[in-house]
Each structure stands twice: as structure tokens, then as C-alpha cells.
Write a protein that binds this ligand. Structure first.
Ligand SMILES: Cc1cc2nc3c(=O)[nH]c(=O)nc-3n(C[C@H](O)[C@H](O)[C@H](O)COP(=O)(O)O)c2cc1C
Ligand SMILES: O=C(O)C(=O)c1ccccc1
Length: 413
């Protein structure tokens, strides 16, 4: 390989080197990955290394995990058909979303309450995301403020995820803060206006935000603080439990907004807006009608409606209906490089990764989150090449086949 590598191949080069480094460390130094590279062992490693309440908060889906299982099974039903003797040794992973070029189509999914998993928290993850040049999406349910996470993310690409408050003044304040802190794109999560029924968390009686953990967007918000002081006569820090109750009434009120109210947000956010949690094709059409720039086909990792279909099952029909007119992104159940490719081949323009790096964070902090994402991207890059794909625009249905016969069971490695 010559010294000069074109800019657009650099991300791929870096991930390729990662695989080589792992082998070299093993063979020459007797050093092995701290976090397993095996997607089927990651959950167990996290379970073994974390406190139960933290682990269960990541792991715990709604109900009997039927939808979590369906998310994985949906991927198993699609198979890649690799092509040979194509010039794929150098690969361009870049994509353009809403007119901005990103070095890969992969994003960190918005995840709340990082400090429950590790003290490195959102700032650690935002730093890692910048280092990997992968988009960081800051959650409204974060344990770090919007501004602190932005500082840690530096020049990295970042989006802001809104849990939509009932109080418009507070909504406006959050939007202004995100915009001032350099978050380019707004993600509005629609599927979690109230928490799903999650037995792993219910049985342990654990949810972080009742004690103010994951409420930092509110506690650091000037409008919320002022209203709290007016109503309670004390500062947030002097009565955390009441402040938490007030804040959560605003963002997880058990009361959903309406499609029409998206107009309000649209008139107060100048960048692209994406709605997250779309599974029904008619909702995708509604999002388009309301002038949204994109949607995230997601079922929140099976944490909300148990018995709902696997998220990948929803993707093809939605892409068919609105894919020409808006940007369709995808998450829920993505665990391997091949999964990312399958979602892209089915029409997603970007793919969000959730639990895997959160487990990495729980295992050993930001270094663990980084190791998981490096591994996943290396797998993605390598599998693209071996499948015969040189750039993301070449991902399409011609290299996919749906296998509908039974017996294709999950096998443990
Ligand atoms: C611990 C945890 C916290 C999450 N917090 C948020 C959040 O604050 N906002 C949001 O929009 N989605 C949140 N999600 C959902 C993710 O963004 C994403 O949709 C989901 O993790 C995808 O499923 P998967 O992890 O099984 O791939 C959370 C997911 C997990 C696992
Ligand atoms: O657990 C979740 O899925 C989630 O969205 C959330 C909600 C509140 C606090 C932290 C995460």
C-alpha cells in the first residue's frame, strides 16, 4: 500500500488497521481485547462486570422481550450475497445526510443516564465519538448538561435528541441551548412519552430519574430553574426529589403531543428535524406531511411496546413509501457489521447503535465504548469489502435475499 491514501478512504483504513492490531497484540504481545469482540458475549460480560441495577437498565426491554427477540430475528431472515473480484480493497464509508458529509453512516444512538453505567458519563462518550468521527446524539435524559457534552465533543459531529416537554417555554429553552452548543440536527423521540412496562427494572424497583439522575438537561436549564424556584421557593439542589418529579412530569408526563404540534418545533429549529420511533408506514407519511426532514425507524430497542414487530421488518415498506422524499435512518437490534449493511441495503441512509457500546461503557468506561465501536466499524468495513461493496451508495437489494424457511436458529458462539 502506498503512503498516500485519499481522504475518503481514511476511515476505512483506520478500522482495517484495528483488526490487524488485535491480531498483532495477541500474537506478539500476548495481549487480548479487554471487551469481547463477540456480539453474543458482550451482554454476558457486561452482566458480570456491572452492578445489577445498571446492567438491567441497559438490558431490560418491555414485557417478555418478544420485540427484542424479533429485532434480532428480523436480521437473521435477510442474507447477504457476496460478489467476487471487484475493486473493493479501498473503501469509502462516507455518506451525506441533510447536506452534510459524515465519514460513516453509523451514529451513536441517544442513550440517557450514562452515569448509571460509568462515571465517564456522556462527556466520555461524546469525546470518544469525536475521536472516531462518529455522530454523537445527546439525550434529553442525560446526566451531563447539553453544554458540557458539547464541550467534550469539541469539533465532532453532534445531534440533539429531544424528549418533548409539555411546557413550550422549556422546549424553546432546550432548543436554543442545543443550537447555541453546535448540535446540528434535532431528533424528536416520539415513542417514549411514558416508559414501557419493563420487568427487569420493575422487579429491581429501579429507574434513575426519580432521584434526579438523568435530569441534567432540566436541572441546568434557566427556565426550568426559575419556574421551580417560583413554585417551590427553593433551588433545585435543595429539593432534588421534587425537582425530579417536576421535570419528569414535563418530559415523561404520560401525555403525548399531536402531529400538528410539530409545526411549533419546526418554526423554532432552523436545522434538520428527524422524528424517532416510527414503525407504521402511515406515521412515516405523517412525518413527511408535517415537513420533517427524516425519520428513524426504531422501536426503542424493544423497550416500549412488547409484541411489536421487529424494527427491520418495518423498514422496507417505509422506505418504499417515503424514502425518495425524506431521509430514513434505522435502529433497534443492530449488533454486527453485516446488520449495518443489511439495513443500508434495505434503504436506511444511516444506522444508530444502541446497547453494544452502552455495555462497553458499563464494562470499562469510555475506553470500553470506544473498543466496541471500533470493533463494530472494523467488522462493518471488512464485511463490506468481502461482500464486494466499495462505497455506501452500492448497498442495495441486489445483494440481499430473504430466506423464509425455518430452522435458522440463533446459535451461540
Ligand atoms: C440504556 C438505554 C437508554 C436509552 N435512552 C434513550 C434516550 O434517552 N432517548 C432515546 O431517544 N432513546 C433512548 N434509547 C433507545 C436507543 O436510542 C435506541 O433506539 C435503542 O437502543 C436501539 O435498540 P438496540 O440497543 O437494541 O439496538 C435508550 C436505549 C438504552 C439501551
Ligand atoms: O430507558 C430508555 O429507553 C430511555 O429512553 C430513558 C428514559 C429515561 C431516562 C433514561 C433513559
Amino acid at each position: 500500500m502506498g503512503d498516500h491514501v485519499e481522504q475518503r478512504f481514511l476511515a476505512s483504513q483506520r478500522f482495517k488497521r484495528h483488526q490487524f492490531n488485535i491480531y498483532e497484540n495477541g500474537m506478539l504481545r500476548n495481549q487480548f481485547p479487554t471487551v469481547t469482540t463477540n456480539p453474543n458475549k458482550l451482554e454476558q460480560q457486561a452482566r458480570d462486570s456491572m452492578e445489577a441495577k445498571g446492567f438491567n437498565f441497559i438490558f431490560g426491554g418491555a414485557g417478555e422481550h418478544a420485540t427484542m427477540d424479533a429485532n434480532r430475528l428480523a436480521f437473521r431472515q435477510w442474507k447477504l450475497i457476496p460478489r467476487m473480484l471487484l475493486p473493493t480493497s479501498q473503501r469509502d464509508l462516507s455518506v451525506t445526510l441533510f447536506g452534510i458529509e459524515y465519514s460513516t453512516p453509523v451514529l451513536f444512538a441517544p442513550v440517557g443516564a450514562h452515569c448509571v453505567f460509568h462515571a465517564d458519563g456522556e462527556c466520555g462518550v461524546a469525546e470518544v465519538a469525536a475521536d472516531l468521527d462518529i455522530t454523537y446524539i445527546h439525550s434529553t435524559a442525560a446526566t451531563a448538561s447539553i453544554e458540557d457534552a458539547a464541550r467534550a465533543n469539541g469539533n465532532g459531529p453532534r445531534w440533539f435528541q429531544l424528549y418533548w416537554p409539555q411546557n413550550d417555554e422549556i422546549t424553546l429553552s432546550l432548543l436554543n441551548r442545543a443550537s447555541r452548543s453546535g448540535y446540528s440536527t434535532l431528533v424528536i423521540t416520539l415513542d417514549t412519552w411514558s416508559l414501557g412496562w419493563r420487568p427487569a427494572n420493575l422487579d429491581g424497583g429501579f429507574v434513575p430519574f426519580i432521584k434526579g439522575v438523568g435530569d441534567q438537561a432540566g436541572f441546568s436549564d434557566p427556565v426550568f430553574r426559575q419556574q421551580f424556584k417560583k413554585n417551590y421557593g427553593v433551588e433545585v439542589e435543595e429539593d432534588i426529589i421534587s425537582a425530579a418529579a417536576e421535570w419528569n412530569k414535563d418530559i415523561f408526563s404520560g401525555q403525548a403531543h399531536t402531529w400538528e404540534q410539530l409545526e411549533f418545533i419546526k418554526s423554532h429549529w432552523s436545522g434538520p428535524i428527524v422524528v424517532k420511533g416510527i414503525q407504521h408506514v402511515d406515521d412515516a407519511r405523517m412525518a413527511l406531511k408535517m415537513g420533517m426532514d427524516g425519520i428513524i425507524v426504531s422501536n426503542h430497542g424493544g423497550r416500549q411496546v412488547d409484541g411489536a414487530l421487529g424494527s427491520l421488518e418495518a423498514l422496507p415498506e417505509i422506505v418504499h413509501a417515503v424514502g425518495k422524499d425524506m431521509t430514513v435512518l434505522f435502529d433497534s437490534g443492530v449488533r454486527t457489521g453485516a446488520d449495518i449493511i443489511k439495513a443500508l441495503c434495505l434503504g436506511a441512509k444511516g444506522v444508530l447503535i444502541g446497547r453494544p457500546w452502552v455495555y462497553g461503557l458499563g464494562i470499562c468506561g469510555k475506553a470500553g465504548a470506544k473498543e466496541v465501536m471500533m470493533g463494530l466499524l472494523a467488522d462493518f468495513d471488512q464485511t463490506l469489502g468481502l461482500t464486494g461493496i466499495r462505497s455506501i451508495s452500492q448497498c442495495n437489494r441486489s445483494i440481499l435475499r430473504r430466506i423464509t424457511y425455518g430452522g435458522d436458529r440463533h446459535t451461540s458462539l
